[in-house]
Design a protein. Structure first.
Length: 98
């Protein structure tokens, strides 16, 4: 199980590469750990940057958040190289002007 948090305070739970669960959080955690308290296993213990500690249990109703589909575009190396050359030229011109 992989736990990921986003900048929008969304917790994403992945099993391998599949999104299994998502939930909104009240804090932005810097550390997440799974814990067990008395007879409740699977509790998520989260610590925020300001030192706030929260213990959360995901429950049975997942968030309605749906991960956006991946954009699988074929890569044109010629177009990419041309764009890189153009950007390098812009950077050189800007550097010379300053």
């Amino acid at each position: 199980m992989i736990l990921v948090t986003t900048d929008t305070n969304t917790l994403l739970v992945y099993q391998q590469t599949s999104l299994c669960w998502s939930a909104q959080l009240e804090i932005t955690p810097v550390i997440i750990s799974r814990g067990q308290f008395q007879n409740i296993s699977g509790v998520l213990v989260m610590l925020s940057e300001s030192g706030e500690l929260q213990c959360c249990y995901l429950g049975t109703e997942p968030s309605l958040f749906v991960a956006p589909p991946l954009e699988l575009n074929s890569i044109s190396y010629q177009d990419t190289e041309q764009e890189l050359r153009e950007l390098n030229n812009v950077i050189k011109e800007h550097t010379k002007a300053n």
